[in-house]
Each structure stands twice: as structure tokens, then as C-alpha cells.
Design a protein around this ligand. Structure first.
Ligand SMILES: C[S@@+](CC[C@H](N)C(=O)[O-])C[C@H]1O[C@@H](n2cnc3c(N)ncnc32)[C@H](O)[C@@H]1O
Length: 326
């Protein structure tokens, strides 16, 4: 069963959605410019560009807002823990030839991390892998000036699940593979495991950013999806998929068992109309691990050992650095 199937199965068991017509969209259909788009009008990549720009705007806001995700005393804001992550990555990179591989790139956090790494490393090769090619020029503009002196900028327009270890040319001293922006939440743990095992080599570190599920943190998840950029994201995805969006998306948390893990998943349901039918399009499906699950899944499915974790002051966002075990 796909992640979409698990979620729909959980939703139709709820009182609220048991009689609702539900449509799903595969990640590929939502993000990819590599294949012909579905029923959308106008320029095929117009929606893809908007989707990329919305993610950038979200990151811009996330890094600019002083107290975002901080604790009650204002400590541990998102931008502060990104700074801590940057310091840790700089330490790992010290006097080394580094390859930074970004799965699903974005320019804001990346420019910050690369800026710090490049002060410490000997050379920095950067590779973005994206199915949404509208990111290429923005990433080049953000990254090239940082790597130009002692490194290179590379962009692979591909589904990262089809990229092989050999395509990454693991000849640097270390490789940092990043999954930022709650990206890991879009895939089943076994899929992330397969992805990491097919891309990683020796001296490879996996850096992931997750929104965390824990008792008491549900309101943080709801707040994230209530962000105007996320609301707009759902409407753009609906239009891209040939629906008329009606109103704003609803956010719900469902849970189901995957192997022996009870997994919580945030779902955005965009009210839509198509032809004479009304219902909801599931525009975002994102797994929210508990801190223990985040660690366990890295070891169990990805053959990695967790080196470090940095949690935001309110505990809702966590960066993890894990080392791939050969
Ligand atoms: C949730 S966004 C996260 C973006 C970014 N990492 C961040 O921190 O905001 C997911 C990104 O991954 C890309 N993406 C999704 N599935 C992909 C796939 N199978 N192969 C390559 N890129 C993919 C999308 O184009 C999009 O840029």
C-alpha cells in the first residue's frame, strides 16, 4: 500500500470524512516538471514555479521570525537551531573536501548552512536533486557565489529515487545528504531507507529536519499548516490538478500502524469541485515521528547511527545528523 492508501483508509474510518469524496495526488504529479502535467491550463510549469516560490517564502519567514518555535523564554527559535546545525556541520567539514547533496533544494536555509561550511572545509561540491526544475536558476544564484572559489555547483533534474550512488561521485572526504523541510515526512520509512541506502557511501552523513509529534505538540502542527503560504500551496496544487479550490484547506492528524510503529500523519484536505462532484483533495501528507521514532527509523530502515540532534525550544522541530554505516 502507498502512503496515500494508508491515509485514505484512516480518513474514511473517521466520522468527519467517512462520506466525503476524497482525491489524492502523488508527490511526483504535484512537484515534477519532468513528465507532462495533468489537466492544467496555461504554461505547464507555472504551478510548479508557484509551488517552489511558496516553499521559499515559507523558509524565508521561518528564518526571519525571531521567536518562531522558541520556548516560553524565547530560547531555541528555528533560526537559532539552524545556526547550531551549521556549526556542527562546519565541525564535520573542517579541512575536508565536502560534497553537499540536497534532496529537494531550497535556497534560504541552504545558503546559511553552506556559508558556514565553506569557512571550514577545503572544498565544497554542491549537488541539488529535484523533480521540479523550476528550482534550478534560484539555486544556482544562491549557491554559486558561495562555492565558486573552492568548489562547484551541480544540478540533477531527476527523481531522487532513481539516482544511484555512482551518479554522486563519492570522491570527496565526506558527503552530507540533506532532507530538509519535513521532506522525509512525505515518504514511508522503508522508502526513505531504500533512498539512503542507494545514495550513501562511506563517510556519508544524513541531515534531516522533521516536525515532531508528541502529546502537547499537536497545536504546533496545526499552526504550521494554517500558515497562509501552506493554505495557498493547497489551492495551487488543486488548480494544478484540474480542480476548482473552494475555501481553505482543513488540517487533520490521522494515525495508523506501519509494521509495529504507530505513526501520526498530518493531512491537509482542500475542499474542491470537479465537474459536478465536490469533495476534498489531499494536498499534503506528512509523517510526524516522535523523537524516539525519528531515531529508531534511522537505525532500523536506513542503516545509520544517529550522531546528533537539535530540537527547537518548543520541541516541535528537530534536526538530526546520522552517519551511514557501511
Ligand atoms: C516538502 S518540499 C521541501 C523543500 C526543501 N527541502 C525545504 O527545506 O523547504 C519537497 C521538495 O522535494 C522535491 N521532491 C519531492 N519528491 C521528489 C523526488 N522524488 N525526487 C526529487 N525531488 C523531489 C520537491 O520538488 C520539493 O522541492
Amino acid at each position: 500500500m502507498s502512503l496515500n492508501d494508508f491515509v485514505v483508509d484512516a480518513l474514511i474510518r473517521t466520522e468527519r470524512y467517512k462520506n466525503t469524496r476524497l482525491w489524492t495526488v502523488e508527490n511526483h504529479a504535484k512537484y515534477s516538471t519532468l513528465t507532462a502535467p495533468l489537466a492544467s491550463s496555461g504554461n505547464p510549469s507555472r504551478f510548479n514555479l508557484q509551488i517552489f516560490q511558496l516553499m521559499c517564502a515559507l523558509n524565508q519567514q521561518g528564518m526571519a521570525e525571531d521567536g518562531l518555535c522558541a520556548d516560553a523564554q524565547g530560547q531555541g527559535a528555528l533560526k537559532d537551531i539552524l545556526g547550531t546545525l551549521a556549526e556542527r556541520l562546519a565541525l564535520l567539514s573542517e579541512n575536508r573536501h565536502v560534497h553537499y547533496v540536497e534532496l529537494g533544494p531550497e535556497p534560504i536555509k541552504t545558503a546559511h548552512l553552506l556559508g558556514r561550511i565553506t569557512e571550514a572545509c577545503t572544498s565544497l561540491r554542491y549537488t541539488a536533486i529535484d523533480i521540479n526544475q523550476t528550482s534550478e536558476s534560484v539555486m544556482r544564484d544562491a549557491v554559486f557565489p558561495i562555492v565558486e572559489q573552492h568548489g562547484s555547483f551541480n544540478y540533477i533534474a531527476a527523481d531522487y529515487r532513481t539516482v544511484e550512488r555512482a551518479d554522486l561521485h563519492h570522491e570527496q572526504d565526506i558527503t552530507l545528504i540533506t532532507l530538509l523541510g519535513f521532506q522525509e515526512g512525505n515518504e514511508l520509512p522503508v522508502t526513505t531507507g531504500r533512498l539512503i541506502r542507494s545514495l550513501a557511501s562511506d563517510a556519508t552523513y544524513i541531515i534531516s529536519e522533521m516536525q515532531i509529534y508528541e502529546e502537547g505538540l499537536q497545536s504546533n502542527i496545526h499552526a504550521f499548516y494554517a500558515n497562509p503560504h501552506m493554505i495557498r500551496f493547497s489551492q495551487v496544487v488543486a488548480m494544478q490538478q484540474g480542480f476548482i479550490p473552494l475555501d481553505e484547506h482543513a488540517v487533520t492528524l490521522v494515525r495508523f500502524k506501519l509494521l509495529d510503529e504507530l505513526i501520526h500523519v498530518a493531512v491537509t484536505l482542500q475542499p474542491v469541485e470537479k465537474g459536478r462532484q465536490q469533495g476534498c483533495l489531499l494536498t499534503n501528507i506528512c509523517l510526524k515521528y516522535t523523537p524516539e521514532q525519528f531515531r529508531r527509523i534511522r537505525a532500523r530502515h536506513c542503516n545509520c547511527s544517529v550522531l546528533d540532534e537539535f530540537a527547537s525550544g518548543d520541541g516541535s522541530v528537530r534536526y538530526q545528523i546520522a552517519k551511514y554505516l557501511q
